[in-house]
Design a protein. Structure first.
Lengths: 393, 367
């Protein structure tokens, strides 16, 4: 992997709040909180004026108003944000098709192949910021780096309205002085653990010896060391909407427990995998869609090799993605979950060892499909994995 | 450390190891090369933790010593010096001074003690093997290794000894390549190791065609001495699938074709196959074989090839790349493809299957 990549992480500044301030000039310069006003409302977005009072998104609205009593509360207008987001993503796609959206206001772009057309990555970043401003009168912060991890960290270094470029070769040095909290997946609990081992900055992590890392991170020690050095070879996975198969569910009551999420995910993985098998397709990318109770929506995806239509593998991958997301967003109740497969390939090329390898899984999938075909009027309810059943069902 | 060495000797030694010096390394010291000067010899070691290469050259040692220096930089400097040049290397404080004619360089160093050398692989057995035999085993099978497969044990090559036979097997799950060699009167214990993909590719680069090499196997490593070069690779810790099970039994149903004619016809047809799936359809009758390809734009290719075939008519689909890789690796004027039915894998060999030291199994595509 000597091929150098140019990755951009574009993050709209206080997106929902900025849209509201743009649309209502009276809100400009005011502390603005977007979110439900009721007893259980949470802050979906806070303008930078409000953040100065210590207000953060995902904070209970009551708490936010206690810290910043003068704040103006605005009900979220999600359809409107979606429209604005589409304008922003159109700007991205005018530069490259390699766009991996993470939510309405955040995306990774792999612009490696666009350099010949639009100039060096920093010029591309400037152009994107200018085009977004022209199209939406909103500002975005952009991180430019050789991989996703560093680009994401960089976009946060000079927010709002910033542009930070970390040249290839400078990754480890740039990360060294930052708190370990800048690394994704290191939550408050892990941070406390690290602090007791005198590890506060990413630089401390870089110089930690192998035994310490192994003790703290177990089998992830190598990955953490790589991440601390700013090494990350995850590809930007562009999801093309037209070619994916997915299933999602909105919950009548928000899910709070991981066990409930597992149940839901298992049922969704089952539905998606069954559809894949019915269409004789295999998914090379598995994604999860996650919506918080404040309607903020995220997608996370990973590649799978070889491509798969196995219920078990879809479930395992989706669960891993959800767990990773939860490490970044601890204790968030979920309103909706979705499981999808994309990068679909035909199942035309059978595997030499397919009969042998996950033989059990394959057999189970086939049997389940056969039973459901027989009792077609019951749909997936004809036969379900015990994992998807609630205890009192 | 202080020594004098000719550019030619040093360049040769550096060239042999520079391939594993990583450009994006997790530990700064992996960008460095370990230099060890002792007894009229300068040894050079490079590693990416997974694969380690060591080489050496003659040198006049003024003062023995060990140090590490940035590998790429030293290599680029030595390469750019004029032919016939002589270099004086001396450690001054924390810098390595390199002097040749009117050129002087001062390179940063890191202590040799920090360099991760795989010293003792705790070999349980050691064999001497002909270089050309091992080289052939790799050349005939490497292309079928998987790349970044989640089945991590497929991202490498199985090396197997059994009595008088040494065998290499590689597979990505869609096709499988096997090549074996008889080692005359040798009686080797049954042993299986999986050498990671990167190790296989480095080994291929390093091996010549003559002489013999020494292979040592430890629990976690394989080490090969060949000429002046010592190659060490971690082994993939996993169980290779039972490949014998996926090699179909001989059915007596096979076609024989002129290798180059078949290969060219497949190459032409491939141009109009689906770029992603690379599927072609093969219709085999006793009157000859027809190769057909088409793509989503509905462009079509059709090729007729003369073949010897006496079995039942068969229509079967293949990924043309897999066929071409396998047919390309058969060194004979004609090639034999043994078939069973449209859903079963085929075996590609030389016409006299008993004379065949290499076998290629290709899984068909569903049409």
């Amino acid at each position: 992997m000597t091929d150098e990549r140019a990755i951009l992480h574009v993050d709209m500044d206080a997106f929902y709040a900025s849209v509201e301030q743009r649309d209502d000039p009276e809100l400009a310069g005011q502390p603005v909180l977007v979110g439900g006003k009721g007893q259980r409302g949470v802050v979906a977005a806070a303008s930078y004026e409000a953040r100065e009072f210590g207000v953060r998104s995902a904070m209970p609205m009551r708490e936010a108003l206690k810290r910043c009593p003068k704040a103006v509360c605005v009900n979220p207008r999600l359809d409107h944000y979606r429209d604005v987001s589409q304008q922003v993503f159109e700007v991205f796609r005018s530069i490259t098709p390699e766009v991996e959206g993470l939510s309405l206001d955040e995306a990774f772009l792999d612009v490696t192949a666009s350099i010949g057309l639009f100039g060096d990555p920093v010029s591309i970043a400037r152009r994107i910021r200018a085009d977004i401003r022209e199209a939406t009168q909103l500002t975005a912060s952009v991180g430019v780096a050789s991989n996703k991890l560093v680009a994401k960290i960089a976009s946060d270094l000079d927010k709002p309205d910033g542009l930070v470029h970390v040249a290839h070769g400078d990754e480890a040095e740039t990360l060294a002085p930052l708190s370990v909290r800048a690394l994704p997946g290191i939550g408050p609990r892990k941070r406390a653990e690290l602090a007791s081992a005198a590890i506060h900055t990413i630089g401390d992590l870089q110089s930690a010896d192998a035994d310490t890392l192994r003790r703290l991170f177990g089998r992830y020690a190598d990955r953490v060391r790589n991440r601390a050095h700013g090494i990350d070879d995850r590809p930007v996975i562009a999801v093309r909407d037209d070619k994916s198969i997915s299933a999602e569910r909105t919950f009548s009551e928000d899910l709070k427990q991981r066990s409930e999420m597992c149940e839901a995910l298992a049922a969704l993985a089952d539905r998606t995998a069954t559809r894949l098998r019915n269409k004789r397709l295999l998914a090379g990318v598995i994604q999860v869609k996650i919506r918080q109770s404040d309607f903020r929506t995220f997608t996370r995806q990973c590649r799978v090799m070889p491509a798969t239509d196995s219920t078990e593998q879809l479930y395992q991958s989706a669960l891993r993605l959800l767990d990773e997301w939860r490490a970044e967003h601890p204790d968030q109740p979920l309103r909706l979950l979705g499981v999808g497969g994309s990068r679909l390939v035909s199942d035309q090329q059978p595997d030499l060892f397919a009969a042998a390898e996950p033989a059990g899984d394959k057999q189970v999938d086939r049997t389940v499909d056969a039973v459901r075909e027989r009792f077609a009027e019951l749909g997936t309810a004809a036969l379900q994995s015990a994992r998807t059943l609630k205890r009192d069902d | 450390m202080k020594l004098t060495v000719s550019r030619q000797a040093l360049l040769g030694a550096l060239q042999a190891v520079i391939g594993v010096v990583e450009r994006r390394q997790t530990m700064p010291i992996l960008a460095n090369i370990l230099m060890q000067a002792k007894d009229d010899r300068l040894a050079m070691t490079a590693t990416d933790i997974e694969v380690e290469l060591q080489s050496g050259c003659e040198a006049q040692i003024g003062m023995a010593g060990d140090i590490t220096v940035p590998g790429r930089k030293l290599f680029d400097i030595v390469k750019a010096l004029p032919e016939g040049a002589e270099l004086k290397l001396a450690l001054k404080g924390e810098r390595l001074s390199v002097q040749s004619g009117r050129s002087r360089f001062s390179l940063s160093t890191l202590p040799a003690a920090e360099f991760p050398v795989i010293d003792d692989i705790e070999a349980t057995q050691t064999h001497e093997l002909p270089v050309d035999v091992v080289h052939r085993l790799l050349d005939k099978t490497y292309f079928a290794m998987a790349q970044q497969d989640v089945r991590y044990y497929l991202n490498g090559m199985l090396m197997e000894t059994d009595g008088g036979v040494i065998r290499a097997v590689a597979t990505d799950g869609h096709r499988l390549a096997l090549c074996q060699a008889e080692l005359g009167d040798k009686n080797l214990p049954s042993e299986q190791v999986i050498v990671p993909r990167k190790g296989v590719l480095e080994l291929q680069r390093m091996l010549g065609d003559q002489g013999s090499l020494t292979v040592s196997m430890g629990k976690n490593h394989i080490r090969i001495h060949s000429g002046d070069i010592r190659f060490t690779s971690k082994l993939i810790d996993g169980r290779f699938p039972d490949y014998q099970r996926v090699i179909p039994a001989e059915t007596g149903n096979y076609m024989v074709a002129d290798r180059d004619t078949l290969r060219r016809a497949l190459q032409r047809a491939a141009i109009l196959s689906n770029e992603k799936y690379r599927g072609i359809r093969l219709e085999i009758r006793d009157s000859g074989a027809k190769i057909m390809a088409h793509n989503p734009e509905q462009e079509e290719a059709e090729e007729q090839v003369e073949v010897e075939y006496s079995g039942e008519d068969i229509e079967i689909g293949f990924n043309v790349t897999y066929l071409l890789d396998a047919i390309g690796a058969v060194d004979n004027e004609s090639v034999r493809i043994s078939l069973n039915d449209a859903n079963s894998s085929c075996v590609i060999t030389v016409p006299d299957i008993d004379q065949s030291d290499a076998k290629y199994v290709v899984m068909p595509m569903r049409l």
